[in-house]
Design a protein around this ligand. Sequence first.
Ligand SMILES: [Zn+2]
Length: 198
Amino acid sequence: MIKGFPAVMAKLIKEFSKMPGVGVRSAERLTFHILKSSAEDVKALSRYIGEVKERVQFCEKCNNLSECEICSICSDNKRDPGKLCVVSSPNGVIAMEKANAYNGLYYVLLGELSPLDGVGPRELKIEGLLKRVKDENINEIILSTNFTTEGETTALYIMKLLEPFKIRVTRLARGVPVGASLEYADGATLQRAYEERR
Ligand SMILES: [Zn+2]
């Protein structure tokens, strides 16, 4: 129990402090902020928290975050269906989209291989990727997993899996700092990494 606060405030502080990067101090500050906010703002906040949880799902085709069964990128017919960019997480899609360098489709693995943590190929959405490679007319797969040990391991693993398909497989060039997640690379760097892919 957080001492000195009315019980309901203590409960909210406890919930906030479960969030990543939020300690008890910040949780207290957020709670005071809520208390000072207008009733309207607080209503909007609580509504969107509920709606995000209720409405956001994984796209059935690419596993990206979406409000519909098929996400807005997969259903955009202005995008090049011959290119498939493979990323580890929805953050990768967001980073690539922000960089504005890519106009193909995506596939999100929802994880990266990490044998030490017990994350093997079964924990990743690899089946769906192979199905798309078989069923669709894809000319190029761009491996855009993170430049971390796990990301590189994952890229190598998928490269091997794709060998029998005789498809062009490229990897983002090393503009992105080693050890970095895509989401921390700035747009220009990602753009260059994409253009210089091999
Ligand atoms: Zn999609």
